[in-house]
Design a protein around this ligand. Structure first.
Ligand SMILES: [Zn+2]
Length: 365
């Protein structure tokens, strides 16, 4: 079966302007790189062109008021209280305001992820990759961290409205997914596992191990904050010792993974320690996990990464693992950390996480 590659070239309009770290040529660069590496690209991927998301889908997570503000700001209307609804990191550096057209572009990102989720839910594909998805910092009434609408949360919520009972969201972006966490903090149908750089050293400053959910959602939010420099072996250890046993116990009906290339050791914005091999390990483990627990059903949302030379290679390396392609890639920069850097610290963190979670999960008792 081919993999759905959900991609609308219009996603390049999801841009915050010149000088902003979220560059919009990333998607096209990746497609060109993948076509160059895979002469049989069309045998592996079926490109599906999605539409923008409808307002009702946005409302699954965001308030009507927030959406209206984004529509107005996107038209260039200057609102004096705009900082109630967004942080300045979503501003175009040259205008000091939200970029024109950003509402439509952000809806395209949501539409892309929703299409991918739908294709897997309907059984048309086992796997679907959404280029432009994973905007995990957006909250109900506030955009931040280069995110306007939270497509990850919208997708999961939509699948719940379609009748699914158990969904795993696995967030492997270098930053903690604060928006996604907030959306499901008190719910038990979504298991949210978030592996990221220690938030005391990086935006958004939340995502610590004691944040485990509340009410009936207690135990269903799992934060794995790793120290700066955490390496391929640390990630591998986390998959083997925590993500696999926990996911097998939860038994999700589908897996949604999000995150691009920003855990790379030379990302520029972050300080984790993955090499290209680490991305392949993530992809491979997610593929194996999906095969073991939910007949391979996986939705993959990709957008982040702030080293533009590395980005296409790291995304491709992830797909090497996800689709079992085994295409050789050359590390673009010499790794600065040993392969097992911070493994000892990672083991200690995992011990502590398990203490927090043992009350809720048999696999940690
Ligand atoms: Zn990130």
């Amino acid at each position: 079966m081919k993999t759905a590659l959900v991609y609308n070239p219009k996603i390049k309009e999801y841009s915050f302007g010149k000088g902003h770290p979220f560059t919009s040529e990333r998607f096209e660069n990746f497609i060109n790189f993948a076509k160059e590496k895979l002469p049989n690209f069309r045998d592996i991927f079926e490109q599906i062109i999605p539409d923008t998301a409808k307002e009702n889908d946005l409302k699954l997570i965001h308030s009507k008021e927030y959406i209206e503000v984004m529509i107005k700001a996107s038209k260039g209307i200057v609102l004096p209280d705009i900082l109630r609804y967004t942080t300045e990191d979503n501003f175009n550096p040259s205008t000091g305001y939200l970029p024109k057209g950003i509402d439509e572009a952000a809806r395209m990102a949501v539409g892309t992820s929703l299409k991918a989720a739908d294709l897997v839910f309907e059984g048309r594909f086992k796997k679907a990759i959404a280029l432009g998805g994973g905007l995990h910092h957006a909250k109900k009434e506030k955009g931040e961290g280069f995110c306007i609408y939270n497509d990850v949360a919208i997708c999961a919520k939509k699948l719940i409205t379609k009748g699914l009972k158990r969904i795993l969201i696995l967030d492997t972006d270098a930053h903690a997914g604060n928006g996604t966490s907030e959306a499901f903090y008190t719910e038990n149908q979504i298991l949210f596992i978030d592996i990221h750089q220690d938030p005391s050293t990086l935006y958004p400053g939340t995502g610590f191990i004691n944040e485990i959910g509340a009410g009936k959602g207690e135990g269903f939010t799992v934060n794995i904050p790793l120290p700066p420099g955490a390496s391929d072996k640390s990630y591998q250890y986390v998959f083997e010792q925590l993500i696999f046993p926990l996911t097998k116990e939860f038994k999700p009906q589908i897996i949604i993974r999000n995150g691009g290339s920003d855990p790379y050791f030379a990302d520029g914005l972050t300080n984790l320690g993955l090499t290209l091999d680490g991305f392949r390990i993530i992809g491979e483990r997610v593929r194996m996990l999906a095969e073991q627990v939910c007949q391979g059903k996986e939705v993959d949302l990709i957008a982040s990464g702030y080293n533009q030379k590395v980005l296409p290679l790291a995304w491709f390396s992830l797909m090497n693992g996800l689709l079992d392609l085994n295409i050789k890639l050359k590390e673009p920069q010499k790794p600065v950390f040993p392969k097992d850097f911070k493994l000892r610290e990672t083991k200690e963190i995992l011990k502590e996480i398990k203490l927090y979670l043992r009350k809720y999960w048999k696999c940690f008792q």
